[in-house]
Design a protein around this ligand. Structure first.
Ligand code: AMP
Ligand code: ZN
Length: 141
């Protein structure tokens, strides 16, 4: 289902152009217009979902089923030493387009333009607290 005024729905529907790298019935992958590194690709479900919370299992399966092959093709083409897979969910996490998308960002070294600040707070949680927290999340599934 397409959402009105959604730029990625328009891309999925071929109403606006993209640099397409993969397409099947449910999924489209195309180059991000703002390339963090060369080959930076977005993989989207054609069916609109705002973000990961909203994504159906069917769309998730369809999207993620394509990711290893697309990743390998990008790696082979770019010679990347690594790759970051990233989905920003919500404004606070940096989401600017409200149609689920997975960024595939080829990585070369620490100074290639991509960075995610990553502070760990292990000392703030005891093993018991983590066990209780895991149980609480599990109970919601
Ligand atoms: P995010 O900030 O995670 O929501 O990522 C949205 C991404 O979509 C950004 O990296 C934009 O550069 C990219 N983007 C926005 N419009 C287009 C477009 N028309 N074609 C390709 N990429 C786009
Ligand atoms: Zn959409």
């Amino acid at each position: 289902m397409q959402k009105e005024n959604c730029i990625f729905c328009k891309i999925a529907n071929h109403e606006i152009p993209s640099h397409k790298v993969f397409e099947n019935e449910e999924v489209l992958a195309f180059l991000d217009l703002s390339q963090v590194t060369k080959g930076h690709t977005l993989v989207i479900p054609k069916q609109h979902a705002d973000n990961i919370y909203d994504l159906s299992s069917e769309s998730a399966q369809a999207v993620f089923a394509t990711v290893p092959e697309i990743s390998r093709a990008i790696q082979q083409e770019t010679g990347a030493a690594g790759m970051n897979l990233l989905s920003n969910t919500g404004k606070v996490a940096g989401q600017s387009v409200s149609h689920f998308h997975l960024h595939l960002i080829p990585r070369h070294d620490k100074h290639d333009g991509f960075g995610a600040k990553w502070e760990v707070h292990n000392e703030e949680y005891t093993a018991d607290e983590l066990a209780t927290f895991a149980e609480s999340i599990k109970n919601r599934l």
